[in-house]
Write a protein that binds this ligand. Sequence first.
Ligand code: UGA
Length: 427
Amino acid sequence: MKIAVIGTGYVGLVAGACLADLGNQVICVDIDESKITSLEKGIIPIYEPGLEEVVKRNVLEKRLSFTTDSAKAISDSKIIFIAVGTPQGDDGKAELKYVYAVAETIGKNANEPKIIVDKSTVPVGTSRKVKELAEKFSEHRIEVVSNPEFLREGSAVKDFLEPDRVVIGSDNSEAAKAIEDLYKPLGKEILITNPESAELIKYASNAFLATKISFINEIAAIADRVNADVSEVAKGMGLDARIGKQFLNAGCGYGGSCFPKDVKALQKIALDCGYKLDILREVEKVNEYQKMLPVEKLKKELGSLSGKKICVLGLAFKPNTDDMREASSIKIIHALVKEKAQVVAVDPIAEENAKQFLPKIHYEKSPYAAAKGCDAVMLVTEWNEFLELDFAKIGAEMNSKIIVDGRNAYDREKLVAMGFKYIGIGR
Ligand code: UGA
């Protein structure tokens, strides 16, 4: 099948490369010429494990190509994926101007009936508007299918090729079948529904996962007060198949380009249809509080943070990505600096991006160098290499042996036995 993917952000690039890997002829389009030139040379603009390999293989096998010429890509393709950004607008609503601009371009360049697949995260009702807009500029019939993405940064290629489910929303059975055929080789559950349900599934899924995280963070607050261990509580809860053990790690809050934005957008969607979604306001409130919690706990331990040297391990919003958007580290470090602490940070990949948000702190390449002379080490992003540290070596470098485990990722007993003061979240 000939496919164009418009937008080469992490969703578009992963979808394009993986669809090519499934044997389709895919052309990825972006307005950013330098990005396209780099991609043609096999340079991937984002850090996403496994992506480079899939891109290079499919370019070599001539199934994947890149262009800035959207008109030609559209006229050459039967199926056109929209994978442009939907950033948060002023009122919390998703900004749709990029999606609509692409819809118009598709309409203007459609030389035959086309199928648009909307992969961008868009408010309920957008698919229908995209159809209206594209058809306004075209003499051909244009079907629109909502096909939300459930990719996680850091495991996006795997998530695309081994999804829990594929959701297809369309009122047109032929269009739905064409998109179903693209995903059939994956051998996974495919849900076909109407466009509005598909659009709502995306927001409801992200909002539910964010709610799960804030819920366990509230349980952690109770655990802290009653001498319970939230990790054990989460394990016990998660063994119930109805609850499930994933996304029950208490810690210093969720970040990234999706949960914070989608939790806001779903509240706006609700308000726009006359409903107030109170639960998500609380989810956000808890999350903001969690981001401050490691600093509060450390302040309680040390009395004052003024002049204290704090080593922060991990800056990206989660491991295996260089993405700093809404990362808990930003709020935590701002709070430490406000308390007049001296911050030394280390992250395996995100340092360059972090400098845009945190230009004034000191960066080190190794956790051991960062821990030198520190009054506390604070784990903010649980990269594997921070989990496998030589704690005897770390402890020997530190001024006082305090570990704040912002992700509940360390073995508390082991650290306590080694003479560390261990401060976790709800344990
Ligand atoms: C999320 C969803 O998991 C994907 O399914 C979805 O496709 C994507 O958003 C999107 O809408 O594009 P992502 O933002 O890449 O993916 O990251 P997650 O792995 O979901 O983690 C989000 C945040 O939650 C991270 O800051 C992480 O540290 C935090 N988290 C996660 C917790 O605090 N506790 C947990 O138990 C799990």
